[in-house]
Design a protein around this ligand. Structure first.
Ligand code: ADP
Ligand code: ADP
Length: 226
């Protein structure tokens, strides 16, 4: 089954803006996929709907075959989300933030702590485990968001503009981390408006414009055309 399948996804906001006009998109399991498009194209809306933060007007979302509407718990269980904005409690510690997220997925406390240690070590944050999140640098906060999103071992990780405002050194190490994660079998979808980032990382690419998918191809084919 595909990791993500969107069928005729439509979103009309209350102010009348039609952000998505019947979006069809399929991302295969194991893929590293970039959703590219200019500001206002509908990328955040798409991710918002997939992660249940935005309600769709109509259409269908399946995550590893689970319908998000009728099989919500199973669908959500497959998904890890790294939103663009930091949305953890800045007064909690790094370890609390990651372990609490595990609790949100019903992972028992002891196991949650073990998992949290594993991911904090992988993301080079273990030394910061007892620091309050607000004390971290921007790059550390970014990595904390990733550790939190992975704690329930999702099969699909979606990142919204993961390296926006990140300096080149950290950007490289994040790319390296994401590549390894993908090699371990995690399907990754990221949005970006940097073609260069998509080019560095992604196997396939979708270009969204004015709420519609105008291109869906392999990175190699896209580059050959340019
Ligand atoms: P992108 O992430 O590609 O920049 P968005 O999904 O944020 O695009 O926006 C798509 C369109 O929907 C834009 O025209 C934007 O102004 C509009 N939009 C986004 N969020 C809202 C909202 N909460 N209310 C009304 N319009 C919105
Ligand atoms: P519910 O609707 O079950 O109360 P929410 O959707 O409001 O849960 O999410 C609660 C918090 O967990 C929010 O801060 C949200 O950003 C975060 N969250 C939800 N789903 C995920 C996910 N798959 N990965 C990471 N964070 C998530």
């Amino acid at each position: 089954v595909p990791a993500l399948e969107l069928s005729q996804l439509k979103k009309r906001y209350k102010n009348g803006v039609e952000a998505l006009k019947g979006l069809d998109l399929k991302v295969e399991a194991g893929d590293f996929y970039a959703l590219l498009g200019p500001n206002g194209a509908g990328k955040s809306t798409t991710i918002g709907i997939v992660s249940s933060l935005v309600t769709k007007t109509s259409g269908k979302v399946s995550i590893f075959g689970y319908d998000l509407e009728t099989d919500t718990v199973n669908a959500k269980r497959q998904l890890g989300l790294v939103p663009q904005e930091f949305n953890f409690n800045p007064f909690e510690t790094v370890l609390q933030i990651v372990a609490n997220q595990a609790g949100y997925y019903g992972i028992p406390h002891k196991q949650a702590l073990k998992k949290a240690e594993e991911y904090l070590r992988l993301l080079d944050l273990w030394d910061k485990r007892d620091s309050r999140a607000r004390m971290l640098s921007g790059g550390m906060k970014r990595r904390l968001m990733i550790a939190r999103a992975l704690i329930h071992e999702p099969k699909l990780l979606i990142l919204d503009e993961p390296t926006a405002g990140v300096d080149i050194e950290l950007r490289r190490s994040m790319w390296e981390f994401l590549r390894k994660l993908n090699q371990q079998g995690v399907t990754i979808i990221l949005t970006t408006h940097y073609l260069e980032e998509a080019e560095m990382l992604c196997r396939n690419i979708g270009i969204i414009q004015k709420g519609e998918l105008i291109e869906n191809t392999s990175m190699r084919r896209l580059l050959a055309k340019m």
